[in-house]
Design a protein around this ligand. Structure first.
Ligand code: GAR
Length: 223
């Protein structure tokens, strides 16, 4: 099936671009009905316009309460025929006024291996903490921040020489790979929820013995 997708963003929109590119390539069965930003100057809106994708800007500053902002988002997305919503660098917390109408149909990408480093500046949090494995997560959205069931995660190495920018760039490359993949699993109706566990029908399973360390192990600890 083709999913009628709405994308919400607040900034550069490189994840939106990665999704849209896969749609254009015929690799992701989605119709991007609308791109919405809460910021008028978000570069993501520019990207959408240049691809001929409809856009809307709904500034949260025009709404005294989160709920009324969320209601306007819902109204706008519904009017555009949106069935599924992908948050792509959308920096607002959504309330039940948004999540109830789109229950189970909102996904997000976060630049860390959740549940580590939720919230803002996740790339800086990871670099400053000195993690050895950083990464990104695509997950369903629930009412708690960066909390819902996890669809896919990707790990990248982090080095002592990294800062938020260098680590963030390494993570972002993987974001662009895993987000379209997660959406295509959804579009092909392969994603089911069992409590917090997300089952992806037919997905290959990494060997139980598969693991990765950073730095790599050295002999004799390699065996
Ligand atoms: C991405 O790194 C995304 O994971 C992050 O914002 C960036 C948006 O980049 N999202 C969050 O931190 C959400 N908590 P983009 O606008 O280039 O896609």
């Amino acid at each position: 099936m083709t999913i009628a997708l709405g994308v919400l963003l607040s900034g550069s929109g490189s994840n939106f671009q990665a999704i849209a590119d896969r749609v254009l390539a015929g690799e992701l069965d989605a119709d991007i009905c609308l791109v919405v930003s809460n910021k008028p100057d978000a570069y993501g809106l520019e990207r959408a316009r240049s691809m001929g994708i409809p856009t809307a800007c709904i500034s949260h500053r025009d709404f005294p309460e989160r709920e009324t902002f969320d209601q306007e988002l819902v109204r706008t997305l519904r009017e555009a025929g949106v069935q599924w919503v992908a948050l792509a660098g959308f920096m607002r917390i959504l309330t039940p006024a948004f999540l109830t109408p789109f229950a189970g149909r909102v996904v997000n990408i976060h630049p860390a291996l959740l549940p580590a480093c939720p919230g803002i500046h996740a790339q800086a949090q990871q670099a400053e903490y000195g993690v050895r494995l950083a990464g990104c997560t695509v997950h369903f959205v629930d009412e708690k921040m960066d909390h819902g069931p996890i669809i896919i995660q990707a790990a990248v190495p982090a080095f002592a020489t990294d800062n938020a920018d260098s680590l963030g760039a390494r993570i972002l490359e993987l974001e662009h790979r895993i987000y379209p993949q997660a959406l295509q699993w959804i579009a092909s109706n392969r994603v089911r929820l069992q409590g917090r566990q997300v089952i992806i029908d037919g997905a290959a399973r990494s060997a139980a013995s598969a693991w990765w360390t950073n730095p790599p192990l050295e002999p004799p600890f390699t065996t």
